[in-house]
Write a protein that binds this ligand. Structure first.
Ligand code: MN
Ligand code: MN
Length: 298
């Protein structure tokens, strides 16, 4: 059943996130982090809803490891580790920021505090714009800035962004939370020197199917079928197809699929003033008793 699967996925994602939070990642490569965290999700009986994101410092989101990516975590880095588990396509989306330099603790605390205050108010009928106001106020009171053009989102089966946004700032209009619908809330915080916005970067290493229309290239079509069968409409990484295709060939075929618009590539998102960014995220479902935060730590 749908709610049960959301809850199962949430429990697994929360367990893995708490392991990620306490682990010392200094000296580890982003490849090791992604593979280890994805392994922990699978070990618990869920599938990955998307490649684990390891976005460092001013990179706010959407970086995942390339095959054998050698980027290594330093003791001055602030790393957003964003992970997703899914059961039958029902997704738990959650994130934690790890940071070993005390000078950035406030940034991490502001993201956690904003998320916690948002989770205290969510229930059926609450306006997304009011959640945004709570997030913005919490972050500003702590002396930081929310990222205005990143937001939480509604979730659907095999769909991470199901059409509705939960803003990280107050904004006019918007929708009200529906009973038994799943949402992710994810405050992003930057310093007072930050612009409070992200821009697209050059790197694109997260992909998802756009259309299943044939490309007239038999091998590219075979890859497209493989992607559909294994990841459905959910995001994937090159790492996830290099067991079946040699890396160089996989890149070429992926290039064809992107050119034919069968697959979409997502750019990394960078703080406009290149200031560090922290993030925290939970998935929740308003219900008749209030709310179930599926990714809360047990
Ligand atoms: Mn996420
Ligand atoms: Mn999310």
């Amino acid at each position: 059943m749908q709610i049960e699967d959301y809850v199962k996925a949430g429990k697994i994602a929360a367990e893995v996130r708490e392991l990620v939070r306490v682990k010392d990642w200094i000296g580890k490569t982003v490849y090791e982090i992604c593979e280890q965290v994805e392994g922990e999700i699978k070990k618990r009986g869920a599938k990955c809803a998307f490649p684990v994101n390891t976005s460092i410092n001013e990179v706010a989101a959407h970086y995942t490891a390339e095959p054998n990516d050698q980027i290594t975590i330093k003791d001055t880095d602030l790393v957003k580790i964003d992970l997703g588990a899914q059961i039958n396509g029902y997704i738990a989306d959650t994130a934690v920021t790890v940071c070993y330099d005390a000078q950035f603790d406030g940034l991490v605390q502001a993201a956690e505090e904003a998320l916690s205050n948002a989770m205290s108010m969510v229930k059926t009928g609450v306006k997304a714009s009011d959640i945004g106001r709570t997030i913005e106020t919490t972050i500003k009171q702590m002396g930081f800035k929310p990222i205005a053009n990143l937001s939480g989102h509604s979730l659907g089966q095999y769909t991470i962004h199901a059409g509705k946004s939960i803003p990280n700032i107050w904004s006019i209009g918007g929708f009200s939370l529906s009973e038994n619908s799943a949402y992710a809330c994810e405050p992003f915080v930057t310093t007072g020197q930050g612009g409070g916005f992200v821009r697209n970067g050059q790197i694109k290493n997260i992909f998802a199917i756009n259309s299943r229309k044939k490309t007239k290239n038999a091998e590219a079509d075979k890859l497209l079928d493989f992607i559909w069968e294994n990841f459905n409409m959910l995001p994937f990484a090159l790492r996830w197809i290099t067991k079946e295709w040699e890396e160089k060939r996989a890149r070429e075929l992926l290039g064809i699929l992107i050119k034919k618009k069968a697959v979409q590539a997502y750019p990394i998102l960078i703080e406009v003033n290149e200031q560090r960014v922290a993030q925290a995220e939970h998935t929740f479902i308003p219900n008749e008793n209030g709310v179930t935060v599926t990714t809360i730590a047990q």
